[in-house]
Ligand binder design. Structure first.
Ligand SMILES: Nc1nc2c(c(=O)[nH]1)N[C@H]1C(S)=C(S)[C@@H](COP(=O)(O)O)O[C@H]1N2
Ligand SMILES: [Mo]
Length: 224
């Protein structure tokens, strides 16, 4: 067992890095990776389509970080490569798409229908990346290929896999929570145990933990 000293509150270390998600999305899992094509939309002057070649103009960086699922499992030391969200915003989205200056919320939409939202200010942090590689290999479908968000300071449900659109909006009104509303904290910061809304994070540990094995099994069945 690895030392758990640096674990955020309520998390435990797992050696596996399971295919995971909201169990209602398991049946929508698709092992085929779509070509990378991301629509930039929302409150913007130009709707854009961003391809792998466009992203390749940005610095490609490596990052090792821990991944914290809200259901309390943590996979440590994952080695991602990709593009800083901040570079994507400053070198592609802002100059070419011109989001409104009040558009300070960002919605990620995924090919399986999943979506997540974070304030732009959280996404501009150094450690937030649009990952296209894991452990030196092309990002597999299992972990969100062709491109996923990695925001290590936030619970895993913010890190949308299989991204197909990135939208800039002035508020959260265009976001429909993919599950029950209490399961979506607007920021979901791991260090503050912001697991969900209204219910304290330390109580939600006990609500979510029993669901881990069921969910892992469900995803295993569809990914075979
Ligand atoms: N498209 C999509 N992205 C998603 C999810 C999902 O079901 N679909 N689940 C989220 C949750 S709850 C977690 S913990 C992580 C799981 O990532 P993994 O499958 O790479 O372990 O993806 C997040 N991003
Ligand atoms: Mo999760």
């Amino acid at each position: 067992m690895i030392s758990t000293n640096d674990l955020p509150p309520g998390q435990y270390v797992t050696d596996d890095f399971p295919l995971f998600g909201l169990s209602q999305y398991a049946s929508r899992y698709n092992s085929e990776i779509k070509p990378l094509n991301i629509k930039i939309a929302g409150d913007v002057e130009n709707i854009l389509s961003v391809t792998a070649e466009d992203l390749a103009k940005l610095p490609h960086i490596h990052q090792t970080s821990d991944f914290h699922c809200v259901t309390t499992w943590t996979k440590q030391n994952l080695s991602w490569s990709g593009y800083r969200f901040r570079d994507f915003y400053e070198m592609i989205a802002r100059p070419h798409s011109h989001p409104d200056e009040n558009a300070t919320f960002v919605i990620f939409r995924s090919h399986d229908g999943f979506r997540s939202i974070l304030p732009l200010s959280d996404l501009l942090k150094d450690d937030v990346i649009l990952a296209d590689m894991l452990a030196g290999e092309m990002l597999p479908a299992l972990h969100g290929g062709p491109l996923r968000l990695i925001a290590p300071a936030h619970y895993g449900y913010k890190s949308a896999k299989h991204i197909k659109a990135i939208e800039f909006w002035p508020d959260e009104s265009k976001f429909e929570a993919p599950a029950l509303r209490f399961m979506n904290h607007p920021r979901a910061r791991v260090a503050l145990e912001e697991r969900g809304l209204w219910i304290p994070g330390w109580i939600l540990r006990y609500v979510y933990r029993p669901l881990v094995n069921l969910t892992v099994r469900k995803f295993k069945r569809v990914s075979k």
